[in-house]
Design a binder for this molecule. Structure first.
Ligand SMILES: CC(C)(COP(=O)(O)OP(=O)(O)OC[C@H]1O[C@@H](n2cnc3c(N)ncnc32)[C@H](O)[C@@H]1OP(=O)(O)O)[C@@H](O)C(=O)NCCC(=O)NCCS
Length: 129
């Protein structure tokens, strides 16, 4: 994956188990999908373990309903020394509709970890590999 390329990381269907007591899709479930997507891309880039350091500016712009197809896209925004900042976008496709539309976005900061779980340079293992 090249930098600034928005890639599809996961796609699933929202089911009743993902709802809160009021029957609406639980925001924490969506956040976990986004966190997994950010971690997946960051770990691939860092070629090793990463941890979520910060989740910023998450906005839930469109409600997600049971039966919606939920797609998570991520793009690398910035590579620091030990950190990778990603923009993560969630789109939905409603039952019987063909197009996807925007639902949620957020900024995730992931940190590459060494064997002692301390920050290490993101690119360190690239040159060693
Ligand atoms: C991730 C962890 C090892 C980082 O340790 P740390 O001592 O805070 O690291 P640093 O202060 O050196 O910061 C590491 C990088 O994160 C960046 N960073 C730190 N706080 C930040 C914030 N609030 N927002 C954005 N970036 C931040 C720093 O700028 C630095 O980036 P750089 O190396 O690219 O310049 C440590 O905080 C940790 O273990 N946290 C728990 C992680 C976790 O369990 N996540 C899952 C939650 S359940």
């Amino acid at each position: 994956m090249s930098e600034k390329e928005k890639v599809l990381v996961s796609r699933t269907i929202a089911v009743p188990a993902d709802t809160n007591p009021w029957g609406d899709i639980f925001g924490g479930w969506v956040l976990s999908l986004m966190d997994i997507a950010a971690g997946s891309i960051a770990a691939r880039l860092a070629r090793g373990t990463v941890a979520t350091k910060a989740i910023k500016e998450v906005t839930f712009d469109t409600p997600i309903f049971v039966g919606d197809e939920v797609s998570v896209y991520a793009e690398i925004d910035k590579i620091g020394n030990s950190s990778i900042t990603l923009n993560v976008y969630v789109t939905i496709r409603r039952k019987s509709q063909s197009e996807e539309f925007h639902a949620v976005k957020g900024i995730f900061v992931m940190v590459a970890l060494d064997e002692n779980r301390r920050p290490r340079p993101v690119r360190q293992k690239w040159t060693e590999a």
